[in-house]
Design a protein around this ligand. Structure first.
Ligand code: F6P
Length: 517
């Protein structure tokens, strides 16, 4: 097994470097002393330009982190992922979401034997799904598409459909129902008509309680409203096509167990995206992600954007002790970006043991959170500027706009720049209330335009960054056992809510149950 980052000699060197100079690094001084700091810490990756220069690190920090990554055999771990080895060790399978965006017939030198046949299946399914998406787009009788799914079967597709609004097919509305909270389904069903609605039941396992309950209620509503053609109005997106058929859905698009839920928007789970932006749009999304995969696969580590971001993440989490990262997309279309990235980061790396189940002696995934700028500026940025915690900020900005209101966009971009500048520079004042300490870190990710291609690249960037930090922490980033216990207990408590039986429960749960039963 590869070394964990804290087992490498560089870890000790990094600790010494942090004590000697990392802890006290001052960004203003660093820029004054290093005329090339911006050039060194910024780079162009496919579709994404990144400025990492306003972060609390210097060239020596990065050099040590890169050596640490080498010592952890990061390249070997990356190649194992991309070649289809069983990197998801607790479930004994590959995590091959990159195969979903690989061009047909493209083989890599390190591919496992099963990969070639799987790639052929990927493209056969993709072609069928895109043909179906085109048919739905052309079907004027369908005015509403309702995606019923949760977690990865909701967040990625929802984020992308919102982000790509400018490319969306006219005449169709898209709705996303995820929560078991009946208010959510009820709100959507009030707006749609059975004969004009396509329900997509999206669930990798086809067993998730929230999704199956919502789908059951949607089907009951459809029939109660006089709907009869289930084959036309219900389509399943799942690895478990058999279960979908047994449930009563005959139109299905499948995918494979080597696609993790939070990495599944590239698979049949992406059907709502394909309906929204069409065949060529969806292929462009895949191509953008593939370009980032190739960058991750081939760029040397020091010029590899996902790797550089992950090294910064480790520096912040394990040396500076920063426990969160604020995501601020300066584009309204990216309003669900933080929610999607939360799942990718926190479900993947929110783990307390390594691959050998040893308790980790170090902190892992930070909390990801955020809201679009400028809204966040008028809500919680106060704390970023003057709070007691240092909260690294990640700005995602888009140079072009599609709304025909240039003054708005200019103001938006000026605000994005100003926040990063203000956080770094601060402003001295004798009045403590008006004093800005500055030296607060931010990263700036910039897209030329928000297109399927650039969105694909941006999403793949986050996936690979999370894989990289997870690999260095020695984590299996592809399981999620932490969600199981709550699911099981909820089943027991649902029974108890019916009967009021609180026997054997802890006092708090028993007390609340009595209030709710
Ligand atoms: O419970 C967590 C989880 O398994 C996520 O990983 C997944 O994205 C979500 O539930 C939905 O699962 P499914 O697509 O199987 O319904």
């Amino acid at each position: 097994m590869a070394l964990r980052c804290d087992e490498t000699p560089q870890w000790v060197a990094l600790q010494a470097h942090f004590s000697a100079q990392g802890r006290s690094l001052d960004l203003r001084r660093s820029f004054a002393e290093d005329a090339d700091r911006f050039a060194h810490f910024s780079m162009q990756a496919p579709q994404v330009f990144a400025d990492l220069s306003k972060n609390l690190w210097d060239r020596q920090t990065e050099a040590l982190l890169l050596q640490m990554a080498q010592a952890c055999q990061l390249e070997r771990q990356r190649d194992a992922l991309l070649g289809g080895q069983a990197v998801n060790t607790t479930e004994g399978r590959a995590a091959m979401h990159t195969l979903l965006r690989r061009p047909a017939g493209r083989h890599l030198p390190g591919d496992e034997p099963w990969v070639a046949a799987a790639l052929a299946q990927v493209h056969a399914t993709l072609d069928a799904m895109l043909a179906y998406a085109e048919a739905v787009r052309a079907d004027e009788a369908i005015t509403d598409v309702v995606n019923i799914g949760i977690g990865g079967s909701d967040l990625g597709p929802q984020m992308a459909v919102l982000a790509l609004e400018a490319q969306r097919v006219p005449g169709k509305r898209f709705h996303f129902v995820s929560n078991i909270d009946g208010h959510e389904l009820h709100r959507v069903l009030r707006q749609v008509q059975p004969e004009r609605t396509l329900f997509l039941v999206a669930s990798k396992t086809f067993t998730t309680q929230e999704t199956m309950t919502n789908a059951r209620s949607a089907l009951a509503w459809f029939k109660a409203q006089g709907g009869s053609d289930v084959a036309r109005h219900f389509t399943a997106l799942t690895c478990n096509v058999e279960a979908a058929r047994a449930w009563g859905i005959t139109t299905s698009f499948g995918f494979w167990d080597w696609v993790g839920g939070r990495y599944s928007l590239w698979s049949a789970i992406g059907l709502p995206i394909a309906i929204a932006i069409g065949r060529e749009g969806f292929r462009a999304l895949l191509a953008g992600a593939h370009a980032m995969d190739e960058h991750f696969r081939t760029a040397p580590l020091h010029a590899n954007l996902p790797v550089r971001l992950a090294l910064l993440d480790i520096w912040y989490r394990n040396f500076h002790g920063f426990s969160s990262r604020c995501i601020a997309p300066y584009h309204a279309g990216l309003r669900r970006l933080a929610a999607h990235w939360q799942q990718v980061e926190m479900e993947s790396n929110g783990k307390r043991v390594d691959k050998a189940a040893r308790v980790l002696p170090l902190a892992t995934a930070p909390v990801l959170w955020g809201e679009p700028g400028c809204n966040g500026q008028h809500a919680f940025f106060q704390m970023l500027h003057q709070g007691t915690d240092v909260l690294p900020l990640e700005i995602v900005a888009v140079r072009q706009h599609t709304h025909g209101l240039p003054e708005h966009h200019e103001m938006l971009l000026a605000n994005a720049l100003a926040q990063a500048q203000a956080l770094m520079l601060g402003r001295a004042s004798a009045d403590g209330h008006r004093h800005f300490p500055g030296n607060r870190p931010s990263s700036f990710l910039l897209l030329e335009a928000l297109t399927p291609q650039s969105l694909g690249a941006l999403m793949a960037l986050q996936e690979h960054r999370v894989f990289t930090s997870g690999s260095l922490w020695g984590i299996n980033s592809f399981d999620q056992w932490g969600v199981e216990l709550g699911k099981q207990l909820a089943q027991d408590l649902q029974q108890r809510l019916r009967t009021g039986d609180a026997s054997g429960l802890d006092a708090s749960t028993a007390g609340l149950l009595k209030k709710l039963a």
